[in-house]
Design a binder for this molecule. Structure first.
Ligand code: ADP
Length: 402
């Protein structure tokens, strides 16, 4: 029997999954991937093979009341009827916040669930959705090992100074500090650098994770030394619908002068800002690019996005004391030729020279000459969760055997 892992990434109304074969010490092999969306309403399930060919699909009406629990049990029974020669060994979960105590993936038990629940106030919009399937599996499939893998853990290598806010000490005691996110993506990129250029693996690299959520991470020798996201996933770069870094005074203005409730202010900053807010059109870079020539607001949103990326890269170059390489990843970073060209053009002062044909072709290397290099590297957060889950399972087995 080949042991298999399910990797889960749960959102408020969605459940993304990937299933990996785990053969001895080999790299986890993707077998199936898919998604449940519209949970709680009219739900839809699709599963594809590792080449992206659809294998199965199903739609439920809202009257069927398909929520996360029903979706998870449907997935497990779908697996049972398709997994010939395979046996479900564990589930690896993406969990957005590991707080100060979780600097590595962890086998879930009662005390871990309790500790993760205590972190909900630090990530109230995401953490509860990540914990929901963990609770469901403990109830419905007791005995199945579950491993929590954190978006924050990769940044625990940052110095005390890099993670500090200039706030009174008691705020830090409450856990108010810079954590950083997108750590699973950065860990994947750090793990691939040597395949592209050994100098990158050992050197000073900035990774630009530009998706609907967006952040930058400064790596020294593959280790995180600084990042643009802070206490929450709202900080740093403007994103699809999130504002990125703003003066905290704006929040007081929203509460005091505009009389918004904290929830209304939060909704504005998380869901109505960023590319969507500035353009008034869309959070989708493809839509904005298609309108940029004729629509000033679409152009303005893109220009602000690129300007902020370029400025923050300057700040991270200072934190690193130089730069050897820049990596673009995630939806915009991997696909938007123009964003890459505009960012690199804004970095000519640092010695980057764009290779236009290579950039149009999608890389991997998109610069030429003797200066620092820029690259396009597709990220793979699910593979990192599968690797981490496999490692925790092995370590647990060894501990039990000794
Ligand atoms: P998420 O953070 O939700 O995982 P993604 O990494 O999928 O987001 O990135 C979504 C962003 O990537 C959207 O702004 C989308 O427009 C952009 N994107 C995806 N494909 C392309 C493309 N071919 N050209 C330009 N932008 C793209």
């Amino acid at each position: 029997m080949i042991p298999v892992l399910i990797v889960l990434n749960a959102g408020s109304s969605s459940l993304k999954f990937q299933v990996f074969d785990m053969v001895d010490d080999a790299e986890p092999q993707l077998v199936w991937k898919g998604l449940y969306e519209g949970l709680g309403g009219s739900a839809h399930f699709v599963v594809k093979d590792n080449d992206g060919a659809a294998l199965d699909e199903m739609t439920w009406s809202s009257g069927d009341r398909i929520g996360h629990e029903e979706a998870l049990m449907h997935l497990v029974s779908w697996l049972r009827s398709h997994q010939e020669g395979r046996k479900l060994a564990a589930i690896g979960h993406r969990v957005v916040h590991g707080g100060q105590s979780f600097s590595a993936p962890v086998l879930v038990d009662d005390s871990v669930v309790e500790a993760l629940e205590a972190l909900v106030p630090l990530a109230p919009l995401h953490q509860p959705h990540n914990l929901e399937p963990i609770r469901i599996v403990r109830r419905r499939l007791p005995g199945l090992p579950q491993i929590a893998c954190f978006d924050t853990a990769f940044h625990q290598t940052q110095s005390d100074i890099a993670s500090l806010f200039a706030l009174p000490r008691e705020m830090r005691d409450l856990g108010v500090r810079r954590y950083g996110f997108h750590g699973l993506s950065y860990e994947y990129i750090a793990s691939t650098l040597r395949d592209y250029d050994p100098r990158l693996a050992d050197g000073k690299v900035i990774v630009a994770h530009l998706g609907n959520g967006a952040s930058l991470c400064a790596l020294k020798g593959g280790v995180s030394v600084a990042t643009t996201m802070g206490f929450s996933a709202l900080d740093g770069l403007p994103m699809g619908t999130r504002c990125g870094a703003i003066d905290a005074g704006v929040v007081f203005f929203m509460l005091r002068e505009m009389k918004l409730s904290p929830e209304e202010a939060e909704r504005m900053l998380y869901t109505k800002s960023g590319l969507l807010g500035v353009s008034g059109i869309s959070n989708d870079m493809r839509v904005l690019r298609s309108k940029a020539a004729s629509d000033q607001d679409a152009r303005r949103a893109i220009n602000l996005f690129v300007y902020r990326i370029t400025r923050e890269i300057g700040s991270l170059v200072a934190a690193l004391g130089g730069i050897d390489g820049l990596v673009f990843t995630a939806g915009i970073g991997e696909n938007d030729v123009a964003t890459r060209a505009e960012v690199i053009s804004g970095l000519s002062w640092a010695g980057f020279s764009l290779h236009e044909a290579a950039n149009s072709a999608g890389g991997p290397q998109i610069t030429f000459g003797t200066g620092p290099t820029a690259w396009v590297i597709p990220t793979n957060e699910e593979l990192v969760i599968a690797r981490q889950t496999g490692r925790v399972l092995d370590a647990t087995r060894e501990r039990l055997a000794s």
